[in-house]
Structure formats: structure tokens, C-alpha cells
Design a protein around this ligand. Structure first.
Ligand code: SAM
Length: 239
């Protein structure tokens, strides 16, 4: 049953342009002004990014490969991929996030920086919700975005992402199996009403079904857990 209804996207966009932007910029950054939980989430997320990069570069080099990073946030994945030579479209529904990602990319990817040679191609930055993205990319990646949408919306998002991808789609989501565990841990920390936005967990079977419906199959699976962060990472390919 849907609680928020069709307003999910507007609520999420508003959140990530305001308080959510401040919160996640901090978590995804490197400064020390994070609490214990945020620090743990930072660690979990960095493992997800690391594992996604491993999936992306394991079997063949990423240099020259087109990658669409849907819901790029502050560029945690887009920037290292550009460093590796990928041709990246970094897009996000939040203009604040995209501006921050672009700023960090300029700082980190400037020609000659860290002796990067050849100089990486700057990602192309775009403010867009993933449902409005067009075009074709060798690879589409969407990390930790589905958590903001119920499965009823996630199905359509997954179908659209698959339609943009020629060879593979990499997704991460918070798995439903850890729901009670997570609630318990969060409950211990925040006895009062939670300040965070609504989080939706997805079962792996539901995600797999959504992929199958559009002719895709899961080829690789990974699980990332820390104390407060849980993510399933899947790589899907045309069946
Ligand atoms: N993928 C990034 C990462 O892993 O570092 C950011 C993850 S952050 C938890 C979720 C991001 O998804 C936010 O930047 C938010 O603005 C973006 N987002 C949420 N809904 C979206 C949508 N419908 N289309 C595109 N981006 C969306």
C-alpha cells in the first residue's frame, strides 16, 4: 500500500535540495563533523561504491565506456569512474547535489591533477529525475536511490533504467531481509520519531522480478553491511 502516493518524487527532490543535501553532503564527504551513525553509513556507502567499481572494471577496462550514473548525489561514483577514463553522464533530481558533484569533479579531475594522464573527460552533469533520462549507455548505474521509492514505483524506475542500458545495469538497494534488524538498531538510537525521510526496503525477489519483466537477469550479487547500513548490489544483463 502506498502511503505517500504520487508525491514521493516532489518530497524527495525537496529533501535533497535542502536538509537532505546538507546531511548527505556531510556523510559522503570527509570531514569529522559526523556522528557515530553517520560515520558508519559513510563507511557502508564507501564499500558500496568500491564494490560497484569492482563490478564495473573486473572483466574489461572502463576507459572509453559510456556510463550513466542515475541519482549521482555528490559524485561518489561518477568522479572515480571519470578518473578511470569512463565517459560519464552524472545526473540527479536535486540541483544542489549536481552542483556539488560538479564542484568536486572540477577540484579532483583538473587536467594534470595527480598526474592523471591522459586527462580524464569531465562527466556531463545534468539535473534530471531518472525517469526523464534518455539515450543509450553501455552501462547504467543507480546506487542507493531506490530506497526513496516504494516497490510499486521502483518497478517502473528499474524498467526505465534497463531501457537506457545496452549491456548492463548495476543497482543497489536496501534489502527487506534486514528490515527488522535495522528498525531495532535505529530504534535503540532514536527512541522518538525519526527525523529521516521515509525509507523503503525492497526484497531481492521483487527487484529480480522487475528486471525479468523487461528481459533482464541478475548476473552478480553482492551484500554490503555495516552496523547501520545495508545494501544489496546487483549487476543485471539482458537475459
Ligand atoms: N548515488 C549516489 C551515491 O551512491 O553516492 C547518491 C545516493 S543518495 C542516498 C540518493 C540520491 O538520489 C540523491 O542525490 C537524490 O537527489 C537522488 N534521487 C532521488 N530520487 C531520484 C530520482 N527520481 N531521479 C534521480 N535522482 C534521484
Amino acid at each position: 500500500a502506498e502511503v505517500v502516493g504520487g508525491g514521493d518524487k516532489e518530497v524527495v527532490k525537496d529533501y535533497f535540495n535542502n536538509s537532505g543535501f546538507q546531511r548527505w553532503k556531510k556523510i559522503y564527504g570527509e570531514t569529522d563533523d559526523v556522528n557515530r551513525v553517520q560515520k558508519d553509513i559513510r563507511l557502508g556507502h564507501s564499500k558500496t561504491v568500491e564494490n560497484a567499481i569492482k563490478m564495473l572494471t573486473d572483466e574489461s577496462p572502463i576507459r572509453g565506456v559510456t556510463v550513466c550514473d542515475a541519482g549521482c548525489g555528490t559524485g561518489s561514483l561518477s568522479i572515480p569512474l571519470a578518473k578511470e577514463g569512463a565517459i560519464v553522464l552524472a545526473s540527479d533530481i536535486s540541483a544542489a547535489m549536481v552542483a556539488e558533484a560538479e564542484k568536486q569533479a572540477k577540484e579532483q579531475l583538473l587536467a594534470g591533477k595527480d598526474g592523471l594522464s591522459p586527462a580524464p573527460v569531465m562527466p556531463k552533469f545534468e539535473v534530471s529525475d531518472l525517469e526523464s533520462l534518455e539515450g543509450k549507455y553501455h552501462t547504467v548505474v543507480c546506487l542507493d536511490v531506490l530506497i526513496h521509492y516504494p516497490q510499486s514505483k521502483a518497478d517502473g524506475m528499474i524498467a526505465h533504467l534497463a531501457s537506457l542500458a545496452e549491456k548492463r545495469l548495476i543497482l543497489s538497494f536496501a534489502p527487506k531481509t534486514f528490515y527488522y534488524d535495522l528498525l531495532k538498531r535505529v530504534g535503540e538510537l532514536f527512541p522518538g520519531p525519526s527525523k529521516a525521510t521515509r525509507a523503503y526496503l525492497h526484497s531481492e525477489a521483487d527487484v529480480e522480478r522487475a528486471l525479468q519483466k523487461v528481459g533482464w537477469k541478475i548476473r552478480k550479487r553482492g551484500l554490503i553491511t555495516t552496523q547501520f547500513y545495508f545494501a544489496k548490489l546487483v549487476e543485471a544483463v539482458p537475459a
